[in-house]
Design a protein around this ligand. Structure first.
Ligand code: ADP
Length: 250
């Protein structure tokens, strides 16, 4: 098992070209094996925050570190080897098989031309099959084209692909926003279980507070680019929720 690392943000600000302040003085930490839900209205900076952690968005001030390594242009490669991302839709290669989509998650360390020829090491194939079983897909799914799966099944494949990379940190950007309530719960339970088994740190943006309550260890709530609340879910009461989500446009 890969084991996790700590993610640390200290006083981080992001100003996009054109002057939009997307994060301002944000500090937070996620410990190995911890599942932290990132809540906040649309436009509050959740996606930006997740993207600073793997260097997709450069920060303007403060410091982001993953496993003690400062995230910056010189370390992006090292950091991205430890961080996997899951998005709202799985963004699979539609005409490739389910198995090949999962195997693609392990591409680090192997020339892409080998993959293009279908030369996957046997150990990887075994690992991908085991992961697909873990996310609840059957053997007869393996050689089906990704486009033939339902949205929930595709997200399961996306999760298997993410874990195929043996991440120490998983960033999930609204991973259940396009799924029905039951499938959303299944998918979050899956992320939580796979991450906990591997001591992988999870930072997951969500819209629904009931889902955060059911699956997160802790909540970080953003509003207008700043952290407005941070704590364990039990203390995330209606008063706090109202402060963060009411009057979204102020
Ligand atoms: P959330 O994920 O909470 O919806 P985002 O991080 O996507 O929030 O956006 C935070 C703010 O930054 C918003 O005002 C958004 O319009 C702005 N923003 C996001 N991406 C860019 C970009 N590439 N360039 C300029 N502004 C951006």
């Amino acid at each position: 098992m890969s084991g996790g690392v700590r993610v640390d943000l200290q006083d981080v600000s992001v100003i996009y070209k054109g002057g939009v302040v997307a994060l301002q003085g944000v500090s937070l930490a996620v410990e190995p094996g911890e599942f932290v839900a990132l809540l906040g209205p649309s436009g509050s900076g959740k996606s930006t925050l997740l993207r600073t952690i793997n260097g997709l968005v450069p920060y303007t001030n403060g410091e982001v570190s993953v496993g003690g390594v400062r995230v910056g242009p010189r370390t992006w490669k090292v950091v991205r080897a430890e961080v996997a991302m899951v998005f709202q839709t799985a963004a699979l290669v539609p005409r490739a098989t389910v198995l090949d989509n999962v195997l693609a998650g392990a591409l680090r360390g192997l020339d892409p031309w080998r993959a293009a020829l279908g030369w996957w090491p046997l150990a990887w194939r075994q690992e991908a099959c085991a992961l697909l079983a873990e996310v609840g897909l059957r053997e007869d799914h393996l050689y089906r084209k990704a486009l033939s799966l339902s949205g929930g099944e595709q997200q399961r494949v996306g999760i298997a692909r993410a874990f195929m990379a043996k991440p120490k940190v998983l960033l999930a950007d609204e991973p259940v926003a396009s799924l029905d309530p039951t499938t959303s719960r299944d998918v979050l339970a899956l992320i939580r279980r796979l991450a906990a088994d591997r001591k992988c740190a999870v930072l997951c943006s969500l819209h629904q507070m009931d889902l955060a309550r059911a699956y997160a260890d802790r909540v970080v709530a953003l509003r207008a680019a700043t952290v407005r609340w941070c704590g364990v879910m039990e203390n995330f009461d209606e008063g706090v929720q109202a402060k963060i989500f009411d009057h979204e446009h102020n």
